[in-house]
Design a protein around this ligand. Structure first.
Ligand SMILES: [Zn+2]
Length: 265
């Protein structure tokens, strides 16, 4: 979107040379307004679906023992879709003030960093649920007055101060605070997906830290745009808003069963 706007401005080659930078600046300034537009959202949603189809194709090929070349080609197609989505969301996030794109270390926002992250108390499975003793509230793609459009994650209703865990091993990509997600942690996993944990009362990890599955990363809370304490959990293709996929099917593919009733995994 930004690319097309800039191209349109640049095509006015007959304009005085001094006017062009000014026009380009105007084109860039127009991006934040675009960021919330239906056109942008549709473009991002299309790319998310294309990525998930490409990923499913890779999985299918692997399971059917396809040739390494076939798997490699499918994986290359998936990564190309992701790279496009990544560029789109990064520039939009920068312009709209998404802290994950602007201040991924959370330093400027003075996030409430707390005790150091605790490793799992017992040997964890490869993947785990993000919290314990919860009940599921708003699900992915639910409609509600709190969201401008559709809900992009899964809410786990828990009291404030409930430990929140990394669902799998990975690296802390961002720890931010101050926007609608409140205090949040974004983790990159080895399979290339990211998980986001929002509305925390305290963050126990720092950007760049390495985590094991089930490691405590903070405590649940009610920071940001909420009506009560809960954990907002997202699975994303990129670190940025706009690339979320349905989180419970993603967890199920990793043998993590999240059920509607309160459970202790
Ligand atoms: Zn939520």
């Amino acid at each position: 979107m930004r690319f097309r706007t800039a191209t349109g401005a640049a095509s006015g080659a007959a304009l005085p040379a001094l006017l062009l930078p000014a026009l380009l600046l105007l084109a860039l300034a127009a991006v934040p307004a675009d960021a919330g537009s239906d056109g942008f959202r549709k473009e991002a949603a299309r790319a998310v679906r294309a990525h998930e189809r490409a990923r499913a194709q890779v999985d299918r090929l692997r399971e059917s023992d396809a040739s390494p070349t076939e798997v490699k080609d499918a994986e290359r197609r998936r990564k190309a879709v992701r790279a496009e989505l990544w560029d789109l969301l990064w520039s939009t996030g920068r312009n709209s003030g998404d802290p994950v794109a602007v201040d991924p270390s959370g330093r400027d926002g003075r996030c409430p960093f707390g005790e150091r992250s605790r490793p799992p108390e017992r040997r964890a499975h490869a993947w785990t649920a993000p919290t314990r003793r919860y009940w599921l509230s708003a699900g992915y793609a639910a409609k509600g007055s709190r969201w401008a459009h559709r809900h992009t994650g899964q809410d786990f209703a828990v009291d404030s101060g409930t430990p929140v865990y990394a669902v799998g091993s990975g690296t802390v990509r961002a720890t931010t605070c101050g926007d609608g997600f409140g205090n949040q942690v974004v983790i990159r996993h080895r399979d290339g997906y990211f998980t986001q944990y929002a509305h925390l009362s305290r963050i126990d990890v720092r950007k760049g830290g390495r985590l094991t599955a089930g490691q405590r990363i903070g405590l649940s809370g009610a920071t940001g745009n909420v009506t009560g304490p809960h954990l907002h959990f997202e699975v994303r293709i990129t670190p940025y808003v706009g690339s979320a996929v349905p989180p419970l099917p993603w967890l199920r593919r990793k043998d993590v069963q999240v059920t509607a009733a309160a459970v202790t995994p």
